[in-house]
Design a protein around this ligand. Structure first.
Ligand SMILES: [Zn+2]
Length: 233
């Protein structure tokens, strides 16, 4: 069973803040993202870091009311969102979370937090396909770590759906993040055994990346695709 990874104290930032939903003081564990050291860059664009794994701190959760959200969204909710979240937690999340909390290991607790964050954003922030897609993609990576291929496939499908919308609507801050998303999307589409011709379209976008690592991985992937498709281009 997959356990919560060791997060080296030199990269960890711990602070106390009031939960924006229930108002109780919670302890937040975050990473000092500006000092993280990269160890490897995977073919699926997953960056592996020295001494920590950011995927495990990306979703913050309140232990009192169970409100869970992406760390960049957790504290910044407005009055309208507050009412929606409070209602969702009370009617839908709380009964499920309370039923399962004590019986589960680290991985399952993490999955529940991610699913809550996804569900909450689907209600208060449904147009942010990039954010919801990235939450599904993180779950896909975590499921692969846990060797749960069935759940990994489910999460990859969901991430693919959202990332396609992100690409279609061109929701990017720069070309590098667009090409990284395209490469990540292509990888998950292959994992889901989607049409290779369609995958090729996204790999072509990734090949135009200003980031050399993304370009190199995209070129290798394109060579593989061409071979599989049995033609020169
Ligand atoms: Zn709370």
């Amino acid at each position: 069973m997959l356990k919560s990874p060791f997060q080296s104290p030199q990269f960890v930032n711990e602070y106390k803040q009031k939960c924006p939903i229930c108002g109780k003081v919670i302890s937040v564990v975050d990473l000092k993202r500006n000092v993280l050291e990269e160890k490897a860059f995977g073919s699926d664009c997953r960056i592996v870091y020295v001494g920590c794994d950011p995927l495990w701190t990306e979703v913050i959760s309140c232990p009192h009311c169970y409100y869970s959200n992406h760390y960049l969204k957790f504290f910044g909710i407005n009055n309208f969102e507050y009412e929606l979240v409070e209602d969702l937690l009370f009617k839908q999340h709380r009964p499920i979370v309370e039923l399962r909390l004590d019986k589960r290991g680290d991985f399952d607790k993490m999955v529940i937090k991610y699913l809550q964050a996804i569900n909450i954003n689907e209600h208060i922030n449904p147009g942010d396909h990039a954010l919801i897609g990235s939450l599904w993609r993180n779950l896909y990576w975590l499921s692969k770590d846990a060797l749960d291929n069935k759940f990994a496939s489910f999460c990859a499908q969901k991430a693919v759906e959202k990332y396609k919308l992100t690409m279609e609507k061109n929701e990017f801050r720069d070309i590098e993040s667009k090409t990284a998303t395209a490469l990540s999307l292509a990888n998950m589409m292959l994992f889901c055994d989607e049409d290779k011709k369609e995958v090729k379209y996204y790999v072509e976008i990734a090949e135009e990346s200003p980031n050399e690592r993304i370009r190199t991985i995209a070129q290798l992937l394109m060579a593989r695709l061409k071979k599989a498709l049995g033609k020169a281009n």
